[in-house]
Design a protein around this ligand. Structure first.
Ligand code: SAM
Length: 197
């Protein structure tokens, strides 16, 4: 895993940071999910961490063909291929397909394009079992969601979308959410079961 991390760093591939990774693994271990969904595979680093933390099966979506190929290789290398459905495609299209297949997940790691979280949320809600967990990474966007005066024109809509996502999930009564001001910020949201509504 250290080698994968080093490879990602050297090749400017963004992967989950250390303290966030620790929290992700702890949550995964605690939840012990049967089915996990990850949006944004990159080279499979976080997927492997989750697989190592539980006995569940992982669906993971990646749009970039070369990262997809590297992830395939890495899941193989760690003998995890039989526990992974690695999907090459755009997350929006693939999430729609999963909704149509009526598959339900116990744990979702949202780590894809930052400006799209808000668009994915309604689909993620449909895909999540009662009592399921959504772990959303990078919600502080290097402090930009708190200090919009520093946002460049190019990033404006992405940051706005992330702020909208943060507000939406933190205030959604179907979830109990907590924001962690650690590294790039993450939110852990627990979907309330019917009995807890
Ligand atoms: C932060 S990286 C994921 C890191 C990975 N979860 C980890 O920690 O090891 C985000 C990934 O999302 C992918 N991505 C970006 N837009 C996407 C889209 N529309 N659909 C699917 N994947 C996308 C990027 O290619 C990138 O590899």
């Amino acid at each position: 895993m250290e080698e994968l991390k080093k490879f990602a760093e050297e090749n400017y591939i963004p992967i989950v940071r250390d303290r966030t990774a620790k929290a992700l693994m702890e949550e995964c271990k605690k939840k012990s999910p049967k089915l996990i969904l990850e949006i944004g595979t990159a080279i499979g680093y976080s997927g492997l961490l989750m697989l190592k933390s539980c006995d569940g099966y992982l669906y993971t979506i990646e749009k970039d063909e070369s990262r997809y190929q590297m992830a395939l290789k890495n899941f193989n290398l760690f003998n995890m291929s039989n526990r992974v459905n690695l999907i090459l495609g755009d997350a929006k299209d693939e999430l729609e397909k999963l909704v149509n297949q009526n598959i339900k997940f116990d744990f979702v790691f949202l780590d894809g394009p930052k400006g799209q979280y808000i668009k994915y949320l309604p689909m993620i809600k449909k895909l999540l079992n009662d009592d399921g967990i959504v772990f959303s990474d990078n919600v502080l966007m290097h402090g930009l969601t708190e200090h919009q005066e520093n946002v460049t024109h190019k990033n404006r809509s992405m940051v706005r979308n992330m702020i909208a996502f943060k507000d939406e999930i933190m205030n959604d009564r179907e979830f109990e959410s907590k924001l962690y001001n650690i590294e790039d910020g993450f939110i852990i949201s627990k979907k309330k079961g019917i009995k807890n509504n």
